[in-house]
Design a protein around this ligand. Structure first.
Ligand code: NDP
Ligand code: 8X3
Length: 252
């Protein structure tokens, strides 16, 4: 039975991945900062025998190291790491944003992902196999107003994934960057700091992706043969596309 570790499994893509991998016969390591949600999910997935729950903040380097160090034997051979935990904060133009929000996005989407990756890699290298699936975003490819640092963090995830491919050639370790577009999860509630109206508006009158759509893709990738490496995958709702270039008119 293979083992998958999913960061940010308390909601959205991560939670859907946990459910799908578990129902497909995988041992699942679920992580996030909200212990109560982890407890509920672990119970739903069949208890401690099927799912190991690990509550930590990925921005805390020591907490990440500690989580990996204390993995129970049964879950210690991680076949797939899904680097999913992440967030956007705010949609203001760069001259109005809260610098704390920028820092938190960098700490989570870049540094947290780096910590988990760096910690798991030696174990995978030693086993001569392993798969890291990063959750980037279309935001890493297609900048939009107010995206500023969020877009930049996801551009980091894209480039880091590509660079890892180069680094890990010959190790048997695979890397994919999935780049989803608009998906209805708690993402917008987090971005707009619990402003339900603004969050709902993101999904109003449009058919967004679901968390399950992304989970399907992650499981499909995990089941591809070991000699196959899908490098990047951009997935958008049919009702979303990258628009034409915008030009600012001075008479506005
Ligand atoms: P959700 O807000 O529903 O889920 C985010 C998850 O990340 C939660 O489980 C949260 O857990 C976890 N998380 C956030 N910060 C931390 C932290 N410091 N330490 C540990 N866990 C953390 O959003 P999504 O499921 O939509 O987002 C998942 C990923 O997908 C993110 O990287 C996001 O950028 C990306 N993405 C989302 C898109 C969308 O439109 N929804 C599109 C493209 C990419 P907890 O709060 O318990 O810590
Ligand atoms: C989330 C997608 O377009 O809201 O990464 O930035 S978007």
């Amino acid at each position: 039975m293979k083992t998958v570790m999913i960061t940010g499994a308390t909601s959205g893509f991560g939670e859907a991945c946990a459910r799908l991998f578990s129902s497909s016969g995988w041992k699942v390591i679920i992580t996030g900062r909200r212990q109560a949600r982890l407890d509920l999910l672990q119970k739903e997935l069949g208890g401690a025998d099927k799912a190991y729950s690990c509550c930590f903040d990925i921005t805390n380097r020591d907490a990440v190291a500690n989580a990996f160090d204390n993995m129970p034997e049964k879950f210690s051979e991680i076949d797939v790491l899904v680097n999913n935990a992440g967030l956007a904060l705010g949609l203001e133009p760069a001259y109005e944003t809260d610098l704390d929000d920028w820092e938190k996005m960098v700490d989570t989407n870049i540094k947290g992902l780096m910590y988990c990756t760096r910690t798991v890699l030696p174990m995978m290298k030693q086993r001569g196999q392993g798969y890291i699936i990063n959750i980037g975003s279309i935001a890493g490819n297609w900048p939009y107003p107010g995206g500023n640092v969020y877009c930049a963090t996801k551009a980091f995830v894209r480039q880091f994934s590509l660079a890892l491919r180069a680094d890990l050639l010959g190790t048997g370790i695979r890397i994919t960057n999935i780049e989803p577009g608009n998906a209805e999860t708690e993402f917008s509630m987090v971005r707009f700091k619990e402003d339900e109206l603004r969050a709902d508006n993101v999904y109003h009158n449009t058919k967004a992706l679901t968390a399950e759509d992304i989970a399907d893709t992650v499981l499909w990738l995990a089941n591809t043969p070991e000699h196959v490496n899908v490098t990047t995958m951009e997935i958008m709702p049919t009702e979303q596309a990258t628009g034409p270039l915008a030009t600012y008119r001075r008479d506005k």
